[in-house]
Write a protein that binds this ligand. Structure first.
Ligand SMILES: [Zn+2]
Ligand SMILES: [Zn+2]
Length: 178
């Protein structure tokens, strides 16, 4: 399977919010999450667990009856994750109850997911530096919906960024040999 590259809007690259950087792989731009916090200001980045060479986003999570750490790929649009536990088959479409791994505060907030056929009413809220901008991720396990709420970038631009999803194809080509 070939990675289908999704272009990052130039308007977004030229006004990157704090906490998001871009890296180039084979001449193409990718957005990478650099810093995220819980509501109490604890960093959610895990330097010691790297995915595609970058620190991952670490959450405490309960999926169905299973609980543990989840490390999420910081590359925007990638859905690669490492689990310290095995989510049960039966729980594959249940809600991920995410918490800060440092203080245990819930990262869940009400939000209706508009992704085709999802309809989940909860999202995981991840705060970017500065306390205003944030990333909302649909809490339904397996749903690819993620949204950037950035104050000084027009919604039309963030909507295009929202549509960047690589699904299962992210490993191929672009990341071989790094
Ligand atoms: Zn915390
Ligand atoms: Zn969803």
């Amino acid at each position: 399977m070939k990675l289908v590259y999704k272009e990052v809007p130039v308007e977004f690259l030229s006004a990157l919010p704090e906490g998001i950087k871009y890296v180039q792989k084979q001449g193409k731009d990718f957005l990478v999450i650099e810093q995220l916090y819980c509501r109490d200001g604890h960093s959610l980045m895990a330097d010691h667990v790297r995915l595609h060479g970058e620190p991952s986003v670490c959450l405490d999570a309960r999926i169905g009856s299973r609980q543990g750490r989840v490390f999420v790929d910081a590359f925007w649009g990638s859905h690669d994750k490492l689990y310290s536990f095995l989510p049960a088959e039966a729980d594959l479409h249940s809600i991920t109850e995410a918490r800060c791994p440092h203080c245990g505060i819930s990262l869940i907030a009400p939000r209706e997911c508009l992704y085709d056929g999802c309809g989940c009413l909860q999202a995981i809220v991840l705060n970017l530096p500065g306390g205003v901008n944030k990333i909302l991720v649909c809490a339904k396990h397996g749903c690819p919906d993620h949204e950037l709420v950035i104050q000084r970038i027009p919604e039309e631009i963030t909507r295009r960024v929202r549509k960047i999803n690589y699904f299962g194809e992210f490993h191929d080509d672009m990341f071989r040999g790094i």
